[in-house]
Design a protein around this ligand. Structure first.
Ligand code: NAG
Ligand code: NAG
Ligand code: NAG
Ligand code: ZN
Length: 325
């Protein structure tokens, strides 16, 4: 008896360890199976201030027009310091009561930003928030699989060494991350495996921090070192992020990757744009706004909008219809 229990224990452990590390996956079948559209917003939760409400209004309008499937948040969801707990009224004041348009009553997929780590980090990840507002889904790293596209959400804050050395003088809630090194190396292993196995036509990686940006924070060296090589090896089409409070499009000069920043959900106009002559720079707007993504089997269309819903920049990326995956 004891022996068979022990055997069961070993088997369970083996199964558990084989799967425990893998990224959680959400299947999100699209309306038609042939196309997908979603909005991308970052750096937003300020109780409607700094044009957050104006951006929300235009997202509602464009969301309706494009009949979006969901919304993606690139992090820094709640300012200044994330949520204080799962009952923090900032959740409703900055999310539920702001994004009220019909078209935005869809699933929201969110990652954490550095500001979110300054509060009770577990609060935003808590299923309790989904009871308050069922649209909310925020996890550290996970995959949304729409068949046409696979979207890999990556928790980038722990990559940034500066936050651990307290240079900026802020306190971070690192619960769940006992060792930065082990956390990053596990995450990279999982991401590598997931990208390797992906057969989706479009591969998109989402993180809070920019790999390439000419805004205030600029490039994130840790991501250039650890994430960029994976994007290149596995033919990722787009890397999308927030963190810099602007809208940007930079084409990689060495690969087909397009770097897209959508971090303009509220406070913007910082006014410190660097390297205006950066190679591959296609577009940079220092004010508020958001981005839309439309995909089908042959092309992707990316559009950036300002607080009036006016199109600031638009581009297409083509795929061969019959190219092997
Ligand atoms: C809101 O947006 C308008 C139009 O871009 C801009 O002129 C204004 O400065 C913005 N307000 C804030 C607080 O950023
Ligand atoms: C949040 O509020 C609910 C309902 O009022 C309560 O059951 C729960 O314990 C609260 N959570 C925290 C962390 O205080
Ligand atoms: C993809 O969308 C573009 C733009 O709407 C359209 O011209 C094209 O025919 C579509 N391709 C397929 C395979 O549906
Ligand atoms: Zn940030």
């Amino acid at each position: 008896m004891a022996q068979s229990l022990w055997f069961l224990f070993i088997i369970t452990n083996l199964v558990f360890s084989a799967y425990a590390d893998q990224l959680q996956r959400f299947e999100h079948p699209t309306k038609t199976h042939d196309s997908l559209s979603f909005l991308v917003l970052g750096d937003w939760g300020r109780r409607g201030d700094f044009n957050q409400s104006q951006v929300a209004l235009q997202m509602g309008r464009i969301g309706e027009k494009l009949d979006i499937d969901f919304v993606v948040s690139t992090g820094d969801n709640f300012y200044e310091d994330g949520l204080t707990g799962e009952n923090d009224s900032n959740f409703e004041e900055s999310f539920s009561n702001i994004y009220t348009a019909n078209s935005l009553q869809k699933q929201w997929y969110s990652v954490l930003g550095n500001h979110d780590y300054r509060g009770d980090v577990l609060a935003q990840l808590s299923p309790f928030l989904r009871k308050i507002d069922s649209r909310w889904l925020c996890l550290r790293s996970f995959i949304v699989d729409t068949e046409l596209a696979e979207i890999f959400f990556v928790d980038t804050t722990p990559f940034v060494k500066m936050y651990f050395t307290n240079e900026a003088g802020h306190k971070y809630d690192w619960r769940g991350i006992n060792s930065r090194k082990a956390y990053i190396s596990n995450l990279l292993k999982d991401l590598d495996l997931a990208l390797k196995e992906s057969t989706a036509k479009w591969k998109i990686v989402i993180g809070h921090h920019a790999i390439r940006s000419i805004g205030h924070h600029g490039d994130t060296q840790e991501l250039i070192k650890h994430i960029l090589p994976l994007l290149k090896i596995y033919g990722v089409d787009f890397y999308m992020n927030g963190h810099d409070h602007c809208l940007e499009h930079i084409s990689d000069t060495e690969s087909p990757i397009e770097f897209l920043t959508s971090g303009a959900g509220s406070k913007a106009w910082r006014g410190d744009i660097n390297e205006k002559n950066r190679g591959g720079l296609k577009f940079m707007y220092d004010g508020q706004g958001f981005m839309s993504v439309q995909l089908n089997h042959t092309q992707a269309e990316i559009v950036f909008y300002d607080v009036f819903g006016q199109v600031l920049h638009r581009f297409n990326k083509l795929k061969q219809l019959h190219s092997s995956i």
